[in-house]
Write a protein of this length. Structure first.
Length: 434
């Protein structure tokens, strides 16, 4: 790779601070534009820099923002586009904006605006193509999915009590049933759990906060033909957000799913707290969906939105939604997001034209036979059985006592029986002797 930010003496300069790069300094190089950066300028430690330099597809935030555009595409005084071009972003740069223009729409292919040069890597081209395919659809437009794909359904339902029945009616009206269904802001308590079953699905719940009538609670449903293991490390509730996450095993492969609801706070601490959740799973196949209450239409002008997007990009997550998802009175915002590191030509996201709440449901199509999951595909053909004998019971009892004594989980503070069950289930499924 050619590093291009060098002076006449051949001394390389950092693309951020413009100071010289010395051999003892940890650095990273953008795979797209060839610019080199001090690790310290990006707040990367030595290990992170070393990992990135061995990664074939690492891109600086500048390139990611250019190739996966949010909000306004051209902001400089001098136009960078052909003035006769009629694509949406060229109209934006001239101030010629139609009333129905969607500012988060991705770059429209136009012969006069060749956004992608020959150096554009396949990963970014695919990510941009997937993002550009995001569109609004009626339920009647949803047809049967291919056998190699699975549907994920996410919706901020704004209360099970008032909207659950209508939501389920809409889901049953789809041309094919989703593998995974997720709701946030369910606002229901544990004693109502039997009121909200979905036929053919198992479920996991993070119940609404007891002293809040609105604005909390997550429920996920997954087909009984697959297995979902709720992981304590991915199931969190704090002052900034709440989430349920775990490992989803299908007959084809396994990957991780996280469903998030961010509370209505203006602070930026959510980003660092959420990054702590992702850091141990960002190298695994994963899909993140939720209501983040961060309007991506304000990506260029809002620091929280900008920092959040750049953090997701730096963890190699790519967005699937680029249009408003929430419509309240005269305002439209993009606060319901889907991110993934599982890119495939069959990956896409649709925004459903239904009005159960102010939020539109998201329907995500994900391939379930990706090349980098092929190892898991072969593994799932083996059926694991538990050989229960007197000796294995003794071994299990010994290891369980050791696990509980060394566990970081304070069992005396667990008041959620689902949480306790999942702590035990995680140990049970990983026990090697049965």
């Amino acid at each position: 790779m050619n590093v291009i930010n060098a002076d006449a003496r051949g001394m390389e300069r950092c693309g951020i601070c413009t100071k010289f790069i010395y051999i003892h300094q940890p650095t990273v190089v953008c795979c797209l534009d060839g610019y080199i950066y001090h690790g310290a300028c990006l707040e990367y430690d030595i290990d992170t820099c070393s990992h990135i330099r061995n990664t074939p597809d690492w891109f600086c935030n500048s390139c990611l923002s250019r190739c996966l555009p949010f909000y306004k595409h051209f902001l400089d005084d001098e136009p960078k586009v052909n003035p006769v071009c009629v694509c949406k972003f060229c109209k934006l740069s001239r101030g010629d904006i139609a009333e129905n223009f969607e500012p988060f729409d991705v770059f429209n292919n136009n012969e006069n605006c060749n956004e992608f040069d020959d150096s554009m890597c396949n990963t970014l081209q695919l990510a941009s193509s997937i993002l550009s395919s995001c569109s609004y659809k009626d339920i009647s437009d949803i047809k049967n999915t291919e056998d190699s794909c699975a549907l994920f359904y996410f919706h901020n339902i704004d209360g099970f009590k008032s909207n659950f029945d209508e939501c389920i009616y809409n889901i049953n009206s789809l041309g094919t049933s989703p593998l995974f269904i997720a709701f946030c802001e369910t606002n229901f308590k544990e004693n109502d759990i039997n009121c909200y079953d979905i036929s053919g699905y198992s479920s996991e719940h993070l119940f609404g906060i007891s002293n809040k009538s609105k604005g909390s609670g997550i429920s996920i449903y997954f087909k009984k033909s697959c297995l979902f293991y709720r992981l304590t490390g991915l199931s969190v509730r704090n002052e900034h957000f709440e989430c349920i996450g775990g490992k989803l095993n299908t007959q084809y492969n396994q990957f991780y799913v996280i469903v998030v609801y961010r509370f209505h706070y203006k602070d930026n601490e959510f980003i660092s707290e959420f990054d702590k959740i992702l850091k141990d799973y960002k190298d695994k196949p994963i899909i993140v969906m939720g209501d983040f209450n961060i309007n991506l239409l304000n990506y260029e002008s809002n620091k929280v939105a900008n920092d959040y997007v750049n953090e997701m990009f730096s963890n190699s997550f790519y967005p699937l939604v680029n249009k408003p998802t929430n419509f309240f009175q005269s305002n439209s915002t993009l606060i319901d997001h889907v991110w993934t590191n599982m890119l495939d030509t069959k990956t896409k996201c649709s925004i459903l034209n239904v009005s159960v709440s102010t939020h539109k449901p998201l329907l995500i199509t994900m391939p379930v036979s990706l090349k980098h999951l092929s190892e898991d595909v072969h593994q799932t053909k083996n059926v694991r059985t538990h050989n229960i004998t007197e000796n294995t019971i003794k071994a299990f009892s010994t290891d369980l006592n050791e696990f509980l004594s060394n566990s970081k989980v304070d069992l005396n503070r667990i008041n959620d029986k689902d949480c306790l069950r999942n702590v035990f289930s995680e140990f049970y499924m990983n026990f090697s002797d049965i």
